[in-house]
Design a protein around this ligand. Structure first.
Ligand SMILES: Cc1cc2nc3c(=O)[nH]c(=O)nc-3n(C[C@H](O)[C@H](O)[C@H](O)COP(=O)(O)OP(=O)(O)OC[C@H]3O[C@@H](n4cnc5c(N)ncnc54)[C@H](O)[C@@H]3O)c2cc1C
Length: 480
């Protein structure tokens, strides 16, 4: 979702700022409730998994969110026996807590090809699995209030059509805009609109994709946490789990907000910070906005059941040990920051100091202590977001709040996921760090990493997703 996406980009930078002033806020850290929160109540529709670990597989995928499930789907399609390890509940973390936008409207030009490929995969899921997966091609709107906004979007459109001429994004104005999203009490000059964008239903879409993957032959083992990677002669040889050892020719880290911790124990640095984002859904009203979109200070998604999900305009970057650990990686993101991320000292800082950085295969790992990571809701933000939406679209005046929730987003310094093989560790692959956009782009990212593992030509040039882009001397590019 666009607002959240921007926030995530900024989150890393803001966390740096927060880290710098963090010492001064010391006393405040311990007394303020944390933003990370373990949960035992899944939001995701249940998936029938198994607990028995096979002795070997071609590929072991660590993490049963949309990234891991998509990767497994495309590996299995290539005839590679694939086991997914999930420490808690399939889609139990970010993948069931997302807003539900599936879109490429306004995306970074370098990421458009992969993102558009992902939209195509989403469109095909229902037919592939023979059931409703929740994808609705209902359009995405960026409401543009000022001439500058319109000019910026028109420029994006010109450039986007050069690299992806088939895209149906366009600028809509006047009566067409009023007809597409009626009821505005404020005047918007135009909207950047893409009819082929859509929405999914995070509480059940990924669960159903996982069930489809199981029917196709993927084995999902849960609740079983991966602990450590085994290497033989420098090459990946398997995974030690809490339920025993599984040999594998390749291993994929798809652990969402946990990937950096897992990789760190294997001696692999993945710069990543966790950002809290809050959501709510409100009751049905006559004239509810269709599709999904955002205005200057609100974001919405029409849900499949007619309710509306409302996203916030500002996310929380809690200061943790990683804010210091990745200080220099996130530093360049500073210049892209705005007021859309709140850096917050909280008890998350002290909690993070107690999470071990290193453990062995026979020790209980941090992943077994938190089976499902949730997050505390920023009620000030959810209240504000709803007030802003009502101000702009008074048809929501009578809507009531049915539920609020939050999740921890895995953000990278340039707001771009890591996809690829770890340099110097043959057989170890990573697909993580989606920075608030993985629901959209994980399916094609999974296809990409599956192609890499299978040694095929890849659907897109994977260079911008490489893991060592912050350390190989190349220019830093912020890709929102
Ligand atoms: C509030 C919110 C709103 C969002 N809105 C949107 C949106 O509108 N559109 C969009 O495109 N994206 C959105 N996102 C982002 C999107 O949800 C994520 O990018 C995506 O779900 C990431 O998928 P994942 O599989 O990488 O991570 P996750 O879904 O978090 O899955 C990772 C899984 O790995 C498991 N795991 C971790 N470590 C281990 C281990 N050692 N052993 C076994 N299992 C392990 C975890 O238990 C977890 O289930 C949103 C995210 C949030 C939080």
């Amino acid at each position: 979702m666009a607002i959240s996406r921007r926030n995530v980009l900024i989150g890393g930078a803001s966390a740096i700022g927060g880290a710098l002033v963090g010492g001064a806020a010391g006393a405040y850290f311990g007394s303020t409730p944390g933003w990370r929160m373990p949960s035992h109540v899944p939001m995701a529709e249940p998936v029938q998994t198994v607990r028995e670990l096979p002795s070997q597989a071609d590929v072991v995928v660590i993490g049963g969110g949309i990234a891991g499930i998509s990767t497994a789907l495309f590996l299995n399609e290539r005839g590679l026996s694939t086991v997914v390890l999930e420490k808690g509940v399939v889609a139990g973390e970010q993948s069931s807590r997302a807003f539900g936008w599936i879109y490429s409207n306004g995306w970074d030009l370098g990421k458009l090809e992969l993102t558009n490929r992902s939209k195509t995969i989403w469109q095909g899921f229902a037919e592939r699995f023979g059931e409703d997966i929740g994808f609705r091609q209902s359009g995405n709107f960026s409401l543009l209030a000022t001439d500058d906004d319109v000019q910026g979007s028109a420029e994006w459109l010109r450039n986007a059509l050069e690299v992806q001429p088939q895209m149906d994004a366009r600028i809509v104005t006047g009566s067409e805009l009023d007809a597409l999203i009626p009821g505005a009490s404020e005047s918007y000059t135009a909207a950047l609109y893409q009819a082929s964008d859509g929405t999914a239903e995070p509480t059940w879409s990924v669960s159903r994709i996982a069930r489809g993957a199981i029917r196709e032959g993927v084995r999902i083992v849960a609740p079983v946490a991966a602990r450590t990677i085994e290497r033989e002669a420098g090459r990946v040889a398997g995974v030690h789990t809490e339920a025993g050892y599984i040999r594998a020719k390749a291993v994929v880290i798809a652990g969402g907000a946990w990937s950096s911790l897992f990789a760190g124990n294997a001696g692999v640095k993945l710069a990543q910070l966790a950002i809290n984002s809050s959501m709510q859904r409100i009751s049905r009203v006559a004239g509810a906005l269709p599709g999904a979109g955002y205005g200057p200070d609100f974001a919405w998604r029409m849900m499949a059941n007619g309710e509306t999900a409302v996203g916030v305009s500002s996310n929380v970057s809690p200061i943790t040990r990683d804010s210091f650990r990745y200080l220099f990686d996130f530093m360049p993101a500073l210049e892209h920051s705005g007021g859309l991320i709140k850096v917050r000292p909280s008890s998350d800082f002290f909690a993070s100091l107690h999470i071990p950085s290193h453990w062995s295969a026979d020790e209980v790992s941090p992943f077994e202590h938190v089976r499902m990571l949730s997050a505390n809701v920023d009620t000030a933000e959810t209240g504000l977001a709803l007030a802003n939406l009502r101000r702009a679209y008074p048809q929501y005046d009578q809507a009531t709040v049915l539920e609020t929730w939050a999740g921890m987003i895995d953000a990278t310094p340039d707001s771009t996921q890591y996809i690829g093989e770890v340099p110097d560790v043959p057989g170890l692959f990573v697909i993580t760090g989606f920075s608030g956009n993985g629901l959209t782009t994980a399916p094609a990212s999974g296809e990409l990493v599956a192609q890499m593992i299978a040694g095929e030509t890849t659907i897109v040039d994977p260079a911008i997703y490489r893991l060592n882009r912050f350390s190989d001397g190349s220019e830093y590019v912020f890709r929102h």
